[in-house]
Design a protein around this ligand. Structure first.
Ligand code: BGC
Length: 820
């Protein structure tokens, strides 16, 4: 959401001040804010470098010892992050590529660099457009073929930098300058590849963009590097990789297909009202590896280094439940590097169509010197190979099942080249877990599944998606919590609960209905006076009376790439860059340092990680999210949450769930089978929640099968809390859509939301005639008093969720208050 008028007007000029040297940065840090931590910047650089994916290299890289001509205005106007709440950080500096290359000791052609610098100085990017209308690219500096040829007399290698950005409320689009190259970029590539024997292309972009043009240049482009958006240190990290000072070891977390229309989501993406997730569980590589391997340009998991590795399974231990693989990775080349070992599994044909391969485990080596080796242990749990039967095709509706047959296990360094090393054999159908139907589609559509030709080859088949049969009203009524008998104020403060002198129930029993209702709403606006200036909102102790009982005000801030506050803060690598490292230890370390910055800046809850699945390459917020794969997504998210929370503050994974496009994001309906939800869109959240136990979680704006996420009892109560054991707070994404509960007409808006255990409306102001900033809202209290309305037990349950967070964060808030 827009935060202040400057951001609303799209003014991002503060993010575009390039730096020239490390020395200048020390000065900038001191000038701007001495609380910025150089260790965080160093780790951010390391992470940005590890996230760079080298897609092609014929030996052109690294650049050390070469004379280099750098083309493309992005060398100056580097895109360090995408747009919106995930990018609006008041950043103290941003390295650009030119400065980074010079810093790395690369001999850059000065004449050309000067020309770009002076042109860029007089052609500043314009950000005058309003929220959601930011530029996808910046127009290129005109340069003649003659001038390019002249540069080729002074330098032996060309680097061409191409930049793209998208963001919140700003999808990538199928146009030149967004998904496609512009005519000017084509002309530049033509001229450069004509004149230079060696050309490197650097893609500075948050989303996957079209790369079909690479074929037109064939070997005339010697190296291609997908840099993603690495934050304030990103360009310097990329320069370090180009120079050979840092080893590339990133791997794609998305498939790069030949054409946009090859993606199975393409016909059903971007519709404003509803999108049918026809591809079902066949998202990304699950589709391509099963049905269309020839449509892949660069496979999922792929990425080169400057050295070579031998990857050998040296030991296997298997029992009925798991397979433990010991994989030895040896650096067989002549430079240092890291490698990622990836384990995939397939499944037998059966009643449920299964993808040919699905990632089940991965691990990354340390930096290995030439000749050095490391053994990695990877475990595959047989139960994790199960499929979810949402229609009863196996005879076991609403169960995770292992159908009989062989489940091959593959090990390798990308999805395509991984080779079979083992298999699980399942003799008879095995029910792994019995659940209940949740969030099933109500509008019928056909989904894709696996068929077989006579010769056994895979072919796309279609089947009707199973539709909802469960009775929501009955489920909710059966699960209503008991009421804690109100006692009135007995003088028990929250501290007494913290020290064990009183129970949480005793504390809650004292709260009036007004106080209970206040705990279910954040402070009225963003930029709450109760928190650090520029915060995204405050919850918990939002009234005098709650604060008097010891409930602290809890400050939330965006977000995934850095703290969005009025103060300066570090701009970190964005989600896709982080995930492309496949290095959970490094991500955790970075997140812990980020947590330390939260402590210094007064943020208690970081509205991060963004972890929706990259269903389609055009989704504007893909830069904030991690991958098309739920295991990568869940593991990286768990690392972020683990790191942030290790210092005592809270992370807040978002957006739960199926928030896969920005177009009409507050109203559109993600129509998706329960199977695809459970296997793909919820799976990452499940991994993150089970592993890292976030204290806070944010719902999404969209509807899931006709129900807004912030009202979704099935998702938030049945799945998140009852099945996964989540005990934290659930907050809305900023504001929500009004609606009446279809099964309980006495509940609407906030009452409808609390029933789902979406505990807190953020921020708390509601849309009334008095305007959007008003706190006047009686929907909770009215519903409490109504027949068949919200029960006090439910409101107390939500208060309990909020108060447990308050108890956990109390020491952090108290320390800040003391300092303040
Ligand atoms: C975004 C969230 C963000 C919130 C607060 C919303 O528009 O979707 O991701 O955390 O605003 O800025």
């Amino acid at each position: 959401m827009p935060l202040d008028p400057a951001i609303e007007s799209g003014d991002r000029s503060h993010t575009l001040a390039p730096v020239e040297s490390v020395a200048q940065i020390s000065t900038l840090l001191l000038d701007t804010d001495p609380t910025l931590d150089p260790a965080l910047a160093r780790t951010a650089r390391q992470a940005a470098a590890e996230g760079v994916v080298l897609l092609r290299n014929d030996g052109t890289l690294p650049l050390e010892g070469h004379r280099v001509a750098v083309f493309g205005r992005v060398q100056i106007d580097w895109f360090a992050v995408g747009y919106g709440s995930g990018g609006d950080v008041k950043v103290p500096y941003i390295w650009n590529l030119l400065a980074g290359l010079r810093d790395a000791g690369i001999q850059v052609d000065g004449e050309l660099a000067d020309r770009y610098a002076s042109w860029a100085a007089t052609h500043r990017p314009t950000f005058t457009a309003t929220w959601g209308q930011w530029p996808h690219h910046f127009p290129e500096m005109p340069i003649s073929a003659g001038d390019v040829a002249a540069a080729a007399l002074r330098a032996d290698t060309a680097v061409v930098a191409i930049g793209r950005a998208a963001g919140e409320a700003r999808e990538s689009v199928l146009e030149p300058g967004s998904y496609y190259l512009t005519a000017d970029e084509r002309a530049l590539l033509d001229a450069v590849t004509d004149a230079f024997a060696h050309t490197v292309v650097v893609l500075d972009a948050g989303n996957v963009m079209d790369l079909s043009w690479l074929a037109d240049y064939d070997r005339r482009i010697g190296a291609v590097l997908y840099a993603w958006q690495g934050g304030m240190e990103g360009a310097r990290a990329v320069a370090g990789v180009l120079a050979g000072e840092l080893a590339p070891s990133g791997k794609l977390t998305d498939t790069i297909a030949r054409r946009y229309t090859d993606y199975p989501s393409a016909p059903n993406f971007g519709h404003p009202d509803a999108n049918e997730y026809v591809e079902d569980v066949f998202v990304g590589y699950r589709y391509f590896e099963t049905f269309a391997p020839e449509r892949v340009l660069f496979p999922f998991g792929y990425g080169l280094g400057y050295t070579t590795f031998a990857v050998t399974v040296v030991d296997q231990e298997k029992d009925a439940a798991s397979l433990r693989l010991t994989v030895e990775v040896t650096n067989t080349g002549s430079r240092a590097g890291k490698e990622v070992v990836q384990v995939y599994a397939g499944g037998p044909d059966g009643a449920l169509g299964k993808p040919a391969r699905a990632l089940v485990a991965f691990a990354k080596t340390a930096l290995l010197q030439p000749g050095e080796r490391e053994r990695l242990e990877l475990t595959v749990r047989r139960d994790h190979l199960a499929s979810y039967d949402d229609g009863g095709a196996t005879g076991h509706r609403s169960c995770w099942v292992l159908e009989p047959g062989e489940y091959p296990v593959f090990v390798g360094t990308d999805v395509r080249s991984a080779a079979q090393v083992a298999a699980f054999h399942v003799a008879d159908l095995h029910v792994v877990r019995r659940l209940t139907e949740v969030a099933a589609p109500v509008v019928p559509f056909e989904r894709l599944t696996l068929g077989r030709e006579v010769d056994g080859s895979a072919v796309i088949a279609r089947e009707p998606v199973p539709t909802a049969t469960a009775l929501r009203r009955d489920r909710i009524t059966a699960g209503l919590p008991r009421e804690i008998t109100p006692t009135g104020d007995r003088g028990i403060g929250l501290d007494a609960v913290g020290s064990g002198a009183a129970s949480l129930d005793e504390f809650i029993a004292q709260l009036s209905d007004d106080e209970l209702a206040l705990l279910a709403r954040g402070d009225v606006t963003m930029h709450s006076p109760l928190g650090a200036p520029g915060n995204a909102g405050v919850l918990g102790g939002v009234s005098e009376s709650l604060r008097a009982k010891g409930v602290p005000p809890i400050t939330t801030t965006d977000g995934p790439s850095g703290l969005r506050l009025s103060a300066y803060a570090s701009l970190l690598p964005s989600g896709t860059a982080l995930a492309s490292t496949w290095n959970t230890d490094l991500v955790r370390e970075l997140a812990a340092l980020h947590g330390e910055e939260m402590l210094r800046k007064g943020s208690d809850v970081l509205l991060s990680p963004g972890m929706n699945i990259h269903r389609d390459p055009l989704c504007g917020r893909n830069f904030e999210y991690f991958s098309e794969d739920p295991v990568v997504t869940g593991s990286i998210a768990a690392a972020v949450v683990g790191g942030v929370q290790s210092v005592g503050v809270s992370a807040c994974p978002k957006h739960f769930a199926a928030n896969n496009q920005e177009t009409n994001r507050t109203r559109n309906d993600s129509r998706v089978s329960e199977r695809a939800l459970r296997e793909i869109y919820l799976r990452g959240f499940e991994i993150c929640i089970r592993e890292a136990k976030p204290k806070t979680l944010m719902t999404s704006y969209n509807q899931i099968n006709g129900v807004w996420a912030h009202y979704h009892h099935d998702l938030v109560t049945t799945v998140l809390r009852d099945e996964w054991g989540y005990e934290g707070v659930v907050i809305t994404d900023w504001w929500m859509e009004d609606a009446v509960d279809p099964d309980f007409p006495a509940l609407r808006d906030n009452a409808y939301r609390v029933r789902a255990q979406v505990d807190v409306l953020m921020p708390g102001g509601v849309k009334t005639e008095a305007g959007p900033q008003s706190y006047a809202d009686d929907t909770i209290l009215e519903s409490l008093a109504a027949d068949d309305g919200l029960t006090r037990g439910e409101l107390q349950r939500t208060a309990g969720n909020v108060l447990r967070l308050a108890l956990a964060l109390k020491p952090v808030v108290a320390a800040r208050t003391l300092e303040g």
